[in-house]
Design a protein around this ligand. Structure first.
Ligand code: AFP
Length: 331
């Protein structure tokens, strides 16, 4: 039987026990459609004059790649008129993006990292788009949406997902009842379900961490990694493998498909800086990983219980194999 389309999947989810309100279905279809356009832009590379940097910096103080801005604009343009959103927020924009008054407003908040893994764009490695959906607070209707309305713990997400622009273009998403993967059929421009409900294989001895940052790690992380590098001769008596793609979407997708653990811990120094962003990187990935049977912590607590204090807040991220992640909480 031919793989079912994203539209059919969403309509069937909507029909089952009202698991999917119509406005949320429209939101997901709109984001999925924008990701098709982003995939097309990414795949053009130098021929589409989309590589390289703009010379500007985003709110994170990071050099903006042309595709960061192109993808950001595509997501804003695709979503602002549909009537399903109260506002949007993006890694590439300092403040929230209110829905223009000329368009109807809805009850959802959409947050996204338009291109995650930007440093990989110019060398043709996988990049992706990460998105998270929250409901706007009840009292937000009829007033201007504020940044405070976005500052909800990850457990309140109603949907999350990513597109990964690699050898295939995939969309992986959850609406709280399992994780489903769709592959873009470029011949007809349709997302077709190719996996799901996904359950992350447990016990795969593969860890993902940027080893060059070892001097910033806490003793707990140093011990965790050293024991795995010692392999069969070490205290664990088993060999481990390591991967690091510098694209969270690619690392998380590999973990969802074959297991393992991803670590980007916060620095152990007193200022405790971290790299990854809570609202539109850590939280959506934590939702997906938990829905696929894994675990996600910030180093001390469950990621999806962290109450955000700022829209672009950074946080330590350790996620994947439930046993591997919870072993860090025990140490
Ligand atoms: P960019 O989007 O700036 O390339 O950052 C990607 C990322 O946020 C995440 O996708 C990676 O896991 C992580 O940063 C890579 O960080 P390092 O460059 O320090 O390895």
């Amino acid at each position: 039987m031919q793989a079912i389309s994203l539209s059919r999947f969403l309509i069937e989810q909507q029909r089952q026990a009202q698991a999917l309100p119509g406005e949320l279905r429209l939101l997901i279809e709109t984001v999925a459609r924008a990701c098709k356009t982003i995939s097309h832009a990414v795949s053009k590379g130098a021929l589409g004059e989309v590589l390289g940097s703009l010379g500007s910096e985003n709110v994170q103080g990071e050099v903006q790649k042309k595709l960061d801005v192109i993808a950001n604009e595509l997501l804003l343009d695709a979503n602002e008129w549909g009537g399903h959103l109260a506002a949007m927020a993006s890694e590439e924009m300092e403040t929230l993006y209110p829905i223009p008054n000329r368009y109807p407003k809805g009850e959802y908040l959409l947050l996204f990292d338009p291109i995650d893994g930007s440093s990989n764009i110019d060398v043709d490695l996988s990049v992706g788009t990460i998105f998270s959906v929250l409901k706007a607070p009840e009292n937000a209707s009829g007033r201007e949406v504020t940044e405070q309305d976005f500052l909800q713990a990850g457990m309140h997400q109603v949907a999350a997902g990513y597109a990964i622009y690699g050898p295939q273009t995939l969309l992986v998403l959850t609406i709280g009842s399992g994780v489903y993967e769709f592959t873009l059929d470029r011949e007809i421009g349709s997302w077709r379900m190719t996996d799901g409900p996904m359950q992350m294989p447990q016990g795969n001895r593969e860890f993902a961490i940027n080893m060059a940052r070892r001097r910033q790690w806490s003793p707990q992380i140093i011990r965790y990694v050293e024991e795995r590098i010692q392999g069969a001769e070490g205290p664990l008596g088993k060999d481990y493998n390591m991967r690091w793609t510098a694209s969270m979407v690619a690392d998380v997708h590999r973990i969802l498909k074959r297991g393992g653990i991803f670590l980007y811990p916060k620095d152990a120094r007193p200022d405790g800086t971290a790299r990854l962003r809570l609202m539109y990187e850590a939280n959506p990935m934590a939702f997906l990983v938990e829905q696929a049977g894994g675990a996600a912590i910030d180093g001390e607590q469950r990621l999806m219980e962290v109450l955000p204090s700022k829209l672009h807040q950074r946080i330590g991220v350790i996620l994947g194999d439930k046993e591997e992640v919870t072993s860090l909480l025990r140490d």
